[in-house]
Each structure stands twice: as structure tokens, then as C-alpha cells.
Design a protein around this ligand. Structure first.
Ligand code: PLP
Ligand code: ZN
Length: 498
């Protein structure tokens, strides 16, 4: 629909207008810094930043019901600045004018309910939100759309140009960064740093295809991140890791969409999110709190972060129940099928600590939890989900494994409904399924396939002669090949004649 098609009242409500007074706020010393310069850490103390809107209170003059109606109206609107995640314009990046918004199809990802059978197997009702159905096939596009829209705004309205964007990645950040940067060529060029052998062939193919400079570095993600931080500190580059606070803003849209998908009723619900660099879980907490503050939702849901036992620094931190005694210690990661979350020293940890404190406070009690799952559980649950109509990656399997752990621990009850983040598309991580089916996991993963979950193609060679490439069969020979092959398949499937 067009804006003109709405009633005058709705037109007013749905309209997108620039506004807000956004600044970078340091999470440690509390200093505010202007957004006209690209900043990733506080120039005064070096801590990470969040973007805050100093004019946020203006948003409270719109009622909760009006906000809900605004977002729902915009979902019908064919206006580039209200499409995708920018339908939450006021909450995400109100300084970005309509002409600078980059929309490549991100957001509006489906929320797919688990079937009765799967529900029964798991012990509570749940749904996957398929963020693998974003343009580069992971949730990272939510943050990247905003980071690149802001760069686009600087190019269009502030005379910026010749921007080189850089990021370190476990695979999906670079795929997303390269895609969005390529849309702004030639004003933006991109370079990505990947840990050699620690991203899947599909993830490596993505930035290559988008024309980025791709650098493979020995080591793990945490090593690449340090190099990128050095580059950002010493050279003129735009950093696109989630250290970039604009990324966090964009990823808040996951929380807004989950709320909208559920008609803004999050009571009795629990969200499960895999944690790697901890940008996503930070963004979701921030987003949920904004919804609550504006009365768009009436209560904060539980939020459960999930980590593999092979990369679990956040889980370990929260194992200590006394906040005074908690100690932050990065861990050395081991091989993980949840490769996109295989991070021992998450950049956004200070954000998690601060936002979780506020979240629990706003919820009136413990509402943020972190659980740990095994590599085996991640694989078993990914395959189980995909055998029931879902398309989840290993990290999505981690979300489901996390739900089962939370049920075991009593953090979530069987009468609640869980929303599981399937953070990337299944096909990006297909090699892990193959290793499971072929029982070829290297020993350091510690995964043994469960027979009932294994699948493999069966060869069928029947009849006197078979066709070969370039040598088709004809006449009697072809008919007899078709009959013999069909008979063999019918036998193996136990089919009855009709
Ligand atoms: C990046 C990523 C994660 C981890 O998200 P963080 O924001 O780094 O915690 C999980 N799953 C997938 C598929 C990812 O690409
Ligand atoms: Zn500071």
C-alpha cells in the first residue's frame, strides 16, 4: 500500500520522519561522544559503546497501542524507508533519512511453530524464528543494514567517500558485510579477515562472490579480531564487527519482530539465543527493554543465552550467582560445530553485563540466564529439528539444545512457549550434517552420531543394463531398466501393489 491509501490518522502514524538525538555512550565511564565521527571504543577510557537516544522520552508521548498500530501499518507499506527492519525507524536509527536507508530484503523472517510431535519430544511448545532467511542467510544482515545505511547517510549527506570497511568473522559477519558493502560500490570497498579453515566453504564463497578482499589468517576468530581492532585504531577504516554500535541497533530488530510476530504478547514466553561475540544477545536485551519502556509489550520475557561447552566464557561467568564475586575470564576455545559462536573472548561482554543487570531489574527478578550444552546435543537437536520441517543451522540446534537444558534445570516450565533463534541457514553449515551422517567427526568435537538420526543415499542398480551419462538406453532395454529399478525401490520401501 501507499501512504496516501491510509486514513489521515494512520498516514500520520505510519510516516517516517528523521529525528532523535543519538550519541555514543561509553558503558564504562559514561561519557557521551558525537556520532559524526565513526567510533568503536571510548576515546577516553577504551571501553565499548552503545548508541543512546538522548531524546528517547519524546517517544513516550506515543501510546503503546499507537506504536503497535504504527509498526503494523508499516508492514503493509511499500516505502523503502519503512521496509524490512526500518519499519522500527524511531527505535533503530532515526537520524538516517529515508533516502539513505539500505534495504536488501532483511527482516520479516518467518516464525515457524514446532509440530505436535516435535513438541512432545522436547516437552514444551516452541517456534523457530528462521533468521537464516535473511539476504546473506544469517541474522547479521539486521545489523549490517543499519551500519551500512549510516555509512550511506555519511556519504550522501556528509561528504564521506572512499570508505574501506573491515571486519573479522566466524563467517557470517563477513558474508553480510561484503554483501551490503558491494551494494554501495564504489563509495565503499570491503575487506574481511577470516580464521583459516574455521569458516565453512559456503561462508568463504560469499565475500569472494561479493568482490571483497578476503584475508585468511592462522588462528581462531579472537586472533582475527585483534588484527582488525589494530587496523581500526591505526588506519582510516570503517569497522563492521558488532563492536560497531550501529550493528547492535539493527539487531535489536529481532526483538521487535518477535514481539510483532506474536501480536506484542510476550507474557509466558522465553527467547533462546546462541552466544558467540555476544552482540546479538545484547541487542535483543536492549530491544526488549525499549519495547517495555514504551508500553509496546506489557512484560519482559525470559531470555536465555546458550553456549557450547567448547566455547562458554559467558556461561562460566554467570555460574557464580553472587554478582559481587563474578570474575570475567576469557576461555581458550575448542573445536565446535556451533562454529559461528566459537569465541572465547566476546567483544560485547561488557554490554551483556550491564544490560543483563538492567534487564533483571526491569523484569523485577532474574529473567536473563545462560545455559551450557554439549557438542553432541547441538548436533542431535539440529538434525531432530530439521527432520520435522525446520531449516536450522548448528547454532539453531544449539538454541533447541538450550531449551531442553533450561527445561531440565527448571528455568523454563512446560507451560511456557519458547522462541528459538535459528541464526543462519542450514545449508551454510551443511558439512557438519555430512560429518554426522558419515560418522567422520574429528575426535576433538566429541560427537557420535545417533543411529536413528543418520541418513544416507542408497544406491540402486537393478536390471540387466543401466543407462550411463551420454549413453541412454532405448526400447526394450529401457523399459526393463525402469521396471527393475522401480521394483527394487518398492521392495526396499515395502510398498504394496495397487
Ligand atoms: C554471529 C553468529 C552467532 C553469534 O552471535 P553473536 O552476536 O556473535 O553472539 C550465532 N549464530 C550465527 C549463525 C552467527 O553467524
Ligand atoms: Zn569511557
Amino acid at each position: 500500500m501507499r501512504l496516501e491509501d491510509f486514513s489521515p490518522v494512520d498516514r500520520e502514524l505510519a510516516q517516517v520522519a528523521p529525528g532523535g538525538d543519538l550519541i555514543y555512550r561509553c558503558l564504562d565511564c559514561g561519557a557521551d561522544h558525537g556520532i559524526e565521527k565513526l567510533l568503536y571504543t571510548c576515546p577516553e577510557c577504551g571501553a565499548v559503546l552503545l548508541i543512546e537516544d538522548r531524546d528517547f522520552p519524546r517517544l513516550k508521548s506515543t501510546s503503546g497501542p499507537d506504536w503497535r498500530r504504527r509498526f503494523d501499518l508499516r508492514r503493509m507499506l511499500n516505502h523503502p524507508a519503512a521496509k524490512g527492519i526500518f519499519r522500527y525507524h524511531e527505535l533503530i536509527a532515526p537520524v538516517v533519512p529515508a533516502d539513505s536507508v539500505l534495504y536488501l530484503g532483511e527482516g520479516h523472517t518467518p516464525l515457524v511453530e514446532a509440530t505436535a510431535l516435535l513438541r512432545q519430544a522436547v516437552g514444551c511448545s516452541f517456534a523457530f524464528k528462521n533468521d537464516g532467511q535473511n539476504p546473506s542467510a544469517s541474522f547479521k544482515d539486521r545489523g549490517m543494514a543499519v551500519a551500512l545505511s549510516f555509512l550511506n547517510y555519511l556519504i550522501k549527506h556528509r561528504g564521506a567517500g572512499n570508505i574501506l570497511s573491515v571486519c573479522a568473522s566466524t563467517g557470517d559477519t563477513s558474508a553480510s558485510a561484503a554483501l551490503y558493502a558491494s551494494y554501495l560500490a564504489p563509495a565503499v570497498k570491503s575487506a574481511v579477515l577470516l580464521p583459516r579453515g574455521k569458516v565453512t566453504p559456503q561462508q568463504l564463497a560469499q565475500p569472494l562472490g561479493a568482490g571483497a578482499s578476503v584475508f585468511e589468517i592462522p588462528g581462531v576468530f579472537d586472533d582475527c579480531m585483534k588484527v582488525v581492532e589494530y587496523l581500526a585504531d591505526h588506519y582510516q577504516v570503517a569497522l563492521l564487527n558488532s563492536k560497531n554500535a550501529w550493528r547492535i541497533r539493527g539487531q535489536e530488530s529481532y526483538a521487535y519482530e518477535v514481539a510483532q510476530d506474536l501480536d506484542y504478547d510476550l507474557t509466558g514466553r522465553a527467547l533462546f539465543v546462541p552466544i558467540g561475540n555476544a552482540g546479538n544477545v545484547s541487542a535483543i536485551m536492549a530491544g526488549l527493554m525499549k519495547l517495555r519502556e514504551l508500553d509496546i509489550i506489557t512484560s519482559l520475557p525470559k531470555l536465555v543465552g546458550v553456549q557450547s561447552h567448547h566455547a562458554d566464557p559467558v556461561f562460566r561467568y554467570y555460574q557464580e550467582s553472587d554478582p559481587q564475586k563474578r570474575q570475567w575470564r576469557p576461555v581458550t576455545v575448542q573445536a565446535s560445530v556451533a562454529q559461528a559462536a566459537m569465541i572465547g573472548n566476546p567483544v560485547s561482554m561488557p554490554r551483556v553485563v550491564e544490560l543483563a543487570r538492567r534487564y533483571n531489574q526491569a523484569a523485577g527478578g532474574p529473567a536473563f540466564f545462560v545455559v551450557q550444552v554439549s557438542e553432541q546435543e547441538i548436533m542431535d537437536n539440529m538434525i531432530l529439528a530439521n527432520r520435522h520441517g525446520h531449516i536450522v543451522c548448528t547454532q539453531g540446534g544449539e538454541s533447541l539444545a538450550g531449551l531442553r537444558r533450561a527445561l531440565d534445570l527448571g528455568l523454563v516450565g512446560g507451560d511456557e512457549q519458547a522462541i528459538l533463534d535459528a541464526t543462519a541457514h542450514h545449508l551454510k553449515f551443511i558439512g557438519f550434517q555430512q560429518m554426522y551422517f558419515e560418522d567422520s567427526f574429528p575426535p576433538d568435537f566429541g560427537v557420535t552420531p545417533r543411529k536413528e538420526l543418520v541418513n544416507a543415499p542408497q544406491e540402486v542398480v537393478a536390471g540387466a543394463r543401466q543407462p550411463q551419462p551420454g549413453q541412454p538406453l532405448e526400447g526394450e532395454e529401457f523399459t526393463s531398466f525402469v521396471e527393475a529399478t522401480a521394483l527394487e525401490i518398492a521392495k526396499r520401501l515395502g510398498l504394496e501393489a495397487r
